[in-house]
Design a protein around this ligand. Structure first.
Ligand SMILES: [Zn+2]
Length: 113
């Protein structure tokens, strides 16, 4: 379900919870994998209840996210998409995704069910 963001949000100067800055610089900073923790969780989407594997907590530019998504899709042989700063891979691919992320240098934590 799409989140609705109202332009009259009463907290215009809230610091970004990810980068701790205002304005947010999440889209501009690309940290190397060794400085990052990748959280991997399984999630169910929509009415069909399809399982997806979600990777979140990463700090990358949109270009770097696209690159990483391509690598993970190839690793899993599955489709995937980018939503804000999260990567979604179709199916329960946590083990493959976690192994690949570790190989790339990330610290990996499995989260959720
Ligand atoms: Zn931010």
């Amino acid at each position: 379900m799409p989140r609705i963001v109202y332009s009259t949000d009463p907290e215009p100067v809230a610091l970004c919870p990810r980068c701790g800055r205002h304005p947010c610089v999440c889209q501009k900073i690309d940290l190397p994998p060794r400085q990052q923790v990748a959280y991997v969780k399984r999630d169910r989407k929509g009415r069909a209840g399809k399982t997806v594997t979600v990777v979140y907590g990463l700090q990358h530019t949109p270009a770097a996210f696209r690159q990483l998504l391509t690598v993970l899709k190839e690793t899993c042989g599955a489709g995937g998409t980018i939503k804000e700063n999260e990567l979604e891979i179709q199916g329960d691919q946590r083990e493959k995704v976690a192994a690949k992320l570790q190989e790339l240098g990330y610290k990996v934590k499995l989260a959720g069910g």
